[in-house]
Ligand binder design. Sequence first.
Ligand SMILES: [Mg+2]
Length: 332
Amino acid sequence: MGIELAVRPYQREFLTPLHTAHGLWRWREGLLVRLRNSLGRVGYGEVAPIPWFGRETVKDALAFCQAQGGEWRAETVPSTLPATQFGLECALAHLEIENSLVGMEPAIPSDGFANADLCGLLPAGNSALETARAQLAQGYRTLKWKMGVHPIADEIRWLWQLVKDCPRHTQLRLDANGGLNIGQAEQWLRACDDINASSAGAAIEYLEQPLPPVQVESMTALGRRYQTAIALDESVATLAQLEDCWNRGWRGVMVVKPAIAGSPQRLQTFCQTHHPRLVFSSAFETGIGRRAAIALARRCSPTPAPALGFGTLGYFADDWDTLTAADLWDRL
Ligand SMILES: [Mg+2]
């Protein structure tokens, strides 16, 4: 008998809807997959595409999984379904580990991170100032702020205040989600250069995805004219896009969300071959996807690793983050 494949869709509600450049995000939808072999051992995986980060939808992923007829036939998952590649490959890897560790503790490692190793998230607008105080008190040293939402003059003023409120070792990441035009991006980069040249508290680690995803060449040109680093995120949503940007000469920071990037094995091989400057980040997965993504980040990050973009616990109106994979599966 082969390996049984089961799939369960989930929906979970954000405690507070997230403001994104694409409107409010209220519900996180995805799939959990479970592989079970003839010995009854199981491996879990998660398929969690983000609608505006590519063309893959939960519906596509579900259709692919259901078309397998309840059995994992080790078919190649098409490259148009990178989140499905991630979920099924992780489930298979988990199953292989479980199979080799009969009678031992569960093989998926816990997070095992202090907040100092993680990047905390700040909401858009000036409420970031208050949230930053709370997060710094919890031990975060790297914070990410969503900008490009309010008038630019207001946001730059708030940024200066934020910088002054933070202790000196703090790193700030500014995320525009591709929402700026070139003039605005230059205004931000000038402000960031001024901040980094000043003796104010925090430093700007990078400006993330200032321009729309296709404008990589323009971002490369901006990167040459300003001191502040630029990171790509939406431009490198999948491993194929990341490889393409690399092949076209991008050597700056790239943000990787393993859950939507594609095959973990291929990503690991790419990292071992090229040593790109990657910052790993959450896609607001459940614990199943999160643990697999963090394990991959550990295998692929340079030393010392930049703060992991996984300061995303506590964002949902449920207790799922406290559950084991098996308990979460049983809930659905
Ligand atoms: Mg981003």
